[in-house]
Design a protein around this ligand. Structure first.
Ligand code: ASP
Ligand code: MG
Length: 459
């Protein structure tokens, strides 16, 4: 069971988490938790202030963060655990101040130090949640994620070393579960084999949950968050968006990379390899806790229902850049491989007229992405154009869907929309559109594909 930052943002939310876990004790849960609310961002801001040499500002922000954690923690900790809480807070914030001094001395926030700073959020949240569960009468056991998740040393987006990680997780977690205890660890954070702190990249706690679930052969990974599940499109754009009940791994991966922000795409690696289902659930509106399972609730990934609709969702990315990479003598595979390595910010759109088309949604990564691509191809950079993706693994007739999509685009007045993937190379039909057409286009497509009451989930 993974709880995101909003699920533990303050004492009342933490208390809801305790009840959610309690109701599922029979399923022998292991808990993975993110940093509280906006803590990671604030920690990185502290790192930036320290890198500027602004020690006053950095310390002020450390004190604010301490205040926020102390307030929530005191409200959820029972009297006998007070000393433990005080020790945890004093310990973590003492370490944080030492890290801040180190950054001030270096006058730069090196990736290694950024990870060290960011890690305190998950360490604190996991200690606090352990105490809250104990106050609720659950026999929770805190585990330091840095001793369990072993990674390479690509700081700020480290990759797990699965063999060592799986071994450590099984050794540390399974005995606790067997004793009826509830292990609690922070997500997002790991360490190199030498013990240097790393992180798996922003929003990486979902990924941790899948790593843990896969290592332990769990029944299910539950991602508890602040929405009911994956939706048929972004509800800020189309209020009639509906909950999706089931998705395949390929569809979920496609959706995560095509712009849906609900799930960290890395999560689907370990889960997909093991065929381990991932369920997204709302901690704001948990299903009736007296039910003995969460079957049928939220969005279930990895057990796709056969029933229509065949298209599961319409995702869109407002990309910063569109890149056209042309490689000599069919080196398209090298471009694709490079794009894969660059991670989810780079979306592979397919090959067109001898060039590979890629979309990049993070302007800050352009120098790095260009640097890598230029080693294998000539690259042309265009200012960003949004990509709209109709996600479905069941594109037996992708051609017809592609044609229907272009018709809908024309009908919506998006005359310049252009097809870039027809469903043969990935689980989606994709079109490139103009920024000003996106809202109309997505609304129109949604109407055509998901006609029905907004409150009703699609199977
Ligand atoms: N706390 C980390 C972040 O904000 C990881 C996570 O929330 O999944 O990026
Ligand atoms: Mg999160």
């Amino acid at each position: 069971m993974k709880f995101g930052g909003s699920s533990v943002e303050a004492a009342p939310a933490i208390e809801r988490v305790v009840e959610i876990v309690r109701a599922r004790l029979a399923r022998r849960p292991v808990v993975v938790v993110s940093a509280m609310g906006k803590t990671t961002r604030r920690l990185l801001e502290i790192g930036d202030a320290a890198a500027r040499g602004d020690l006053g500002q950095a310390h002020e922000m450390v004190d604010e963060l301490r205040e926020l954690h102390a307030r929530a923690a005191e409200a959820v900790t029972a009297e006998p655990d007070r000393a433990r809480l005080d020790a945890a807070l004093a310990g973590r914030f003492g370490e944080l101040r030492r890290t801040v001094s180190e950054i001030v001395a270096a006058r730069a926030l090196a990736p290694r130090l950024a990870d060290e700073v960011a890690a305190y959020g998950e360490l604190l949240a996991s200690e606090i949640l352990t105490l809250a569960l104990r106050r609720g009468g659950l026999d929770a056991a805190f585990l330091d994620c840095r001793t369990l998740i072993v990674t390479d040393d690509r700081f700020t987006r480290a990759e797990p070393l699965y063999e060592a990680t799986d071994e450590r997780l099984r050794a540390a977690v399974l005995p606790l579960v067997a004793e009826g205890r509830v292990p609690v660890l922070g997500g997002y954070v790991g360490a190199t084999p030498e013990g240097v702190t790393t992180t798996l990249g922003r929003e990486g706690s979902d990924f941790t949950a899948a790593i843990v679930g896969a290592a332990l052969d769990a029944e299910e990974v539950q991602i508890w968050t602040d929405v009911d599940g994956m939706l048929t499109t972004d509800p800020r754009l189309v209020p009639a968006a509906r909950l999706i009940r089931t998705l395949s791994f390929a569809e979920a991966l496609e959706l995560a990379s095509a712009g849906a922000k609900v799930l960290h795409p890395g999560t689907l690696g370990p889960a997909g390899r093991k065929g381990l289902p991932v369920r997204i659930l709302s901690s704001r509106r948990p299903v009736d806790p007296s039910r003995d399972s969460d079957n049928g609730a939220g969005t279930l990934i990895g057990r796709r229902g056969a029933a229509p609709p065949h298209v599961k969702s319409i995702a869109f990315r407002r990309n910063a850049y569109l890149l056209r990479a042309t490689a000599e003598d069919g080196a398209g595979a090298a471009v694709r491989e490079t794009a894969g390595r660059l991670g989810p910010a780079v979306l592979w759109l397919g090959e067109h007229e001898g060039a590979a088309l890629l979309a990049l949604d993070r302007a800050d990564r352009l120098p790095e992405v260009l640097d890598q691509l230029l080693q294998v191809a000539r690259v042309e950079v265009l200012a960003g154009r949004p990509v709209v993706s109709l996600v479905s693994e069941d594109l037996t007739d992708g051609g017809a869907l592609a044609a229907a999509t272009l018709d809908a685009a024309a009908a919506a007045g998006a005359a310049d929309a252009r097809l870039v993937a027809d469903g043969t190379a990935c689980a989606a039909v994709r079109i490139l559109a103009e920024e000003e057409d996106v809202a109309r286009l997505v609304t129109r497509l949604h109407q055509e594909l998901f006609d029905g009451p907004a409150g009703e989930a699609v199977p």
